[in-house]
Design a protein around this ligand. Structure first.
Ligand code: UDP
Length: 253
């Protein structure tokens, strides 16, 4: 490590992420999930949609399809194709982000699309495509998790046949402690971040990435914490879907 790096890391350590009682700066305990609000069917033109607020994250997901694939040579006669596009609005972060796709959004679109593709029964709609759009309009770390969770609700809202819902949450390490659902400052100045997506029905892991350093024991502690949170999140997803369909049928909430 160069002398310059040393100075940077010393400066970073001056940002306090935990108080003396191990409470975080937003008042949460280490294993406490941020507030999540999910609205199914938030967009009129999509076949299925979702608006999700999660701490400082605000995310829309829109699903179109199954619909005919253009250009036609991309059609697969044996199954439908699943396409996912993750995009972060230029105004979604503190420092304006350059609009349009970049390496990060291409990576996130790919890993999110693969996670979604592994739960959707694509063989039930050959020659067609299902297109999933995730638009982050306000970001506060954990947007891939927020985006996947919103996409799962939007897919269910569109009636796309799936093996189960997807729920996603990250855990990480701040000031030497494993913590759930890092916000932006904790992600930037913390030691590690471990985004996880599962299908809670079977606990199958659909996405697992890691940034930073964790020991083996810490890794499993963080994974366990994130997976437990995913089960909580799945319940919030189900409530949002039930609310929409009860309202549509004229029933009570
Ligand atoms: N971020 C930013 N500018 C960018 C990309 C990311 O300010 O160009 C912030 C944003 O708040 C994002 C966070 O950094 O949520 C963490 O980004 P990361 O790549 O770890 O993905 P995420 O945690 O959102 O899935």
């Amino acid at each position: 490590m160069s002398k310059e790096d040393d100075i940077v890391s010393t400066e970073e350590k001056t940002v306090r992420l935990l108080d003396d009682n191990l409470k975080r700066m937003d008042g949460r305990k280490l294993d406490e999930l941020g507030d999540i609000r999910i609205e199914a069917g938030a967009l009129g033109r999509a076949d299925g949609s979702c608006y999700l607020e999660w701490r400082g994250n605000k995310v829309y997901a829109a699903v179109y399809g199954p619909r005919e694939v253009h250009p036609r040579h991309l059609q697969d006669p044996t199954r439908g194709i699943l396409r996912c596009r993750y995009n972060m609005a230029a105004f979604s972060v503190g420092d304006r982000k350059r609009p349009g796709p970049d390496r990060r959004s291409v990576e996130l679109s790919k890993v999110m699309g693969e996670a979604i593709g592994s739960v959707v029964f694509t063989r039930q709609f050959p020659r067609t495509s299902v297109d999933v759009f995730v638009e982050v309009v306000q970001a506060d770390a954990g947007t891939r998790c927020a985006g996947l969770t919103a996409a799962s609700v939007a897919l269910a809202d569109a009636g796309i046949p799936m093996r189960g819902l997807i729920a996603s949450c990250a855990a990480g390490k701040i000031e030497g402690h494993i913590a759930l659902d890092l916000r932006n400052e904790e992600d930037n100045f913390g030691d590690a971040d471990l985004p996880v997506a599962i299908m809670p029905r079977t606990d199958e892991i659909l996405l697992l990435q890691m940034d930073g350093h964790l020991t083996e024991e810490e890794f499993f502690q963080a994974l366990d914490m994130a997976m437990k949170a995913c089960h909580e999140i799945e319940q919030i997803e189900k409530q949002a879907l039930l609310k929409k369909y009860k309202e549509a049928l004229g029933g009570e909430e």
